[in-house]
Design a protein around this ligand. Structure first.
Ligand SMILES: C[S@@+](CC[C@H](N)C(=O)[O-])C[C@H]1O[C@@H](n2cnc3c(N)ncnc32)[C@H](O)[C@@H]1O
Length: 368
């Protein structure tokens, strides 16, 4: 209600009240009725105007509401379209995420297989490392073993050299002035110095009347000097003319050719114990009897197995009762076997003087 309307209403009311108060007066009644009618009319106008205002207000608010609805609907549609976009984006993102996940899963699977491969490689590497370590250990042990063997061998060889030098010193200690020429070398095919010293010692102590040497060379020269000194007869056989010639030259150089009866005795076949052997021709010793010292240093191993075995069985009947049979190279298994066979077949033979050199010394036990 506007201010103007309020004033009209108040005036009407005042007029009506005045009319009521004046109702006691006759002419007043008419005025009062008029005032009331006017007031009622004013009130009706007022009511109409209020109604109109309310209607207007209702219309305005309806318009506002409509606009607000429209605005809200526009906003809603905007929001909806945004939502659609967001959902689209979300769908794209989901697809992308799925693709990324698939990629990642593939990568993870690949990484897992890589890890597995790396693990297998590591296992193989460790295995290889173990093998290398084991191989190195085996090599180290075998090297140590080889070094030990070499050390032992070199110790043995050094010892051997010392023994040889000691023997040579003794061999050359006396009789130097009686020697006409340099002595031939010892060792190799020839008797080594130790065996030579032992041989000369045996001859000096046993004083045989007759010596038969099987295999000539350096030993022949050394024995010839001693045989000349002691008056011993020396017969030496060689199966090869060339080596016999060398020995002959040596003997001549030393002026000993008359002391030694050097004979070439080509090999012939002997049947012994059901086996065949190539040994010195029987013609070469057919005239020999009562031999009391045999040095067996031939034929060489290269002529056949147990090449020296025939010496005792073939010569047995030509040996004196006090005969000694001396075999070189008894550090070899073959010669050990020959010694054993002789002793088992000829019970009269006894072994003596062991350990002084490579010579194996057997003596006929029936002699003195
Ligand atoms: C062990 S050798 C005799 C060595 C001899 N008792 C000495 O002390 O010099 C046996 C036979 O082998 C032969 N012989 C010697 N020297 C040889 C050589 N260097 N190569 C091959 N045969 C050899 C000779 O016929 C010899 O009679």
């Amino acid at each position: 209600m506007s201010r103007k309307q309020a004033i009209i209403v108040v005036v009407m009311l005042v007029t009506a009240i005045a009319a009521v108060l004046l109702a006691g007066v006759e002419e007043g009644l008419t005025v009062s009725l008029l005032a009331i009618i006017l007031t009622l009319g004013a009130l009706s106008v007022l009511v109409l105007r209020v109604q109109h205002a309310i209607l207007r207000e209702l219309r305005r608010s309806s318009t506002v509401t409509k606009r607000a609805d429209e605005k809200a609907s526009r906003e809603l549609s905007k929001v909806s379209s945004r939502q659609v976009k967001i959902e689209e984006k979300l769908a794209v993102m989901r697809t992308e995420t799925k693709a990324t996940n698939t990629k990642n899963e593939t990568r993870i699977a690949k990484s897992a297989s890589d890890v597995d491969r790396i693990r297998q490689l590591r296992v193989r590497l460790e295995e290889a490392e173990r093998r290398i370590l084991a191989g190195t250990e085996v090599s180290r042990l075998s090297m140590e073993d080889a070094a030990k063997k070499l050390t032992n061998q070199s110790t043995r060889e050094s010892r051997e050299v010392v023994l040889q030098v000691e023997s040579l010193l003794q061999l050359f200690a006396d009789g130097g002035s009686s020697r006409h020429a340099p002595m031939p070398p010892t060792g190799g095919y020839a008797l080594d110095a130790q065996a030579l010293l032992h041989l000369l010692h045996l001859i000096r102590t046993k004083r045989p009347r007759q010596i038969l040497e099987l295999g000539s060379g350096t030993s022949t020269i050394w024995m010839a000097y001693l045989c000349r000194e002691l008056g011993i007869q020396l017969v030496s056989l060689d199966h090869l003319e060339g080596y016999a010639a060398r020995t002959r030259e040596g003997l001549q150089r030393h002026g000993l050719e008359d002391i030694v009866d050097l004979r070439v005795a080509p090999l012939q076949t002997y049947d012994l114990e059901g086996k065949t052997f190539e040994w010195y021709s029987s013609e070469a010793f057919a005239d020999l009897d009562q031999i009391d010292f045999v040095i067996v240093d031939g034929p060489p191993e290269s002529t056949g197995p147990r090449a020296r075995f025939p010496a005792v069985p073939v010569l047995w009947d030509r040996l004196s009762d006090r005969a000694s049979v001396v075999l070189d190279d008894t550090h070899r298994a073959g010669e050990v076997a020959i010694l054993k066979s002789w002793r088992s077949q000829f019970a009269d033979l006894v072994q003596e003087d062991e350990g002084l050199s490579r010579l194996g010394v057997l003596r006929k036990g029936t002699g003195t």
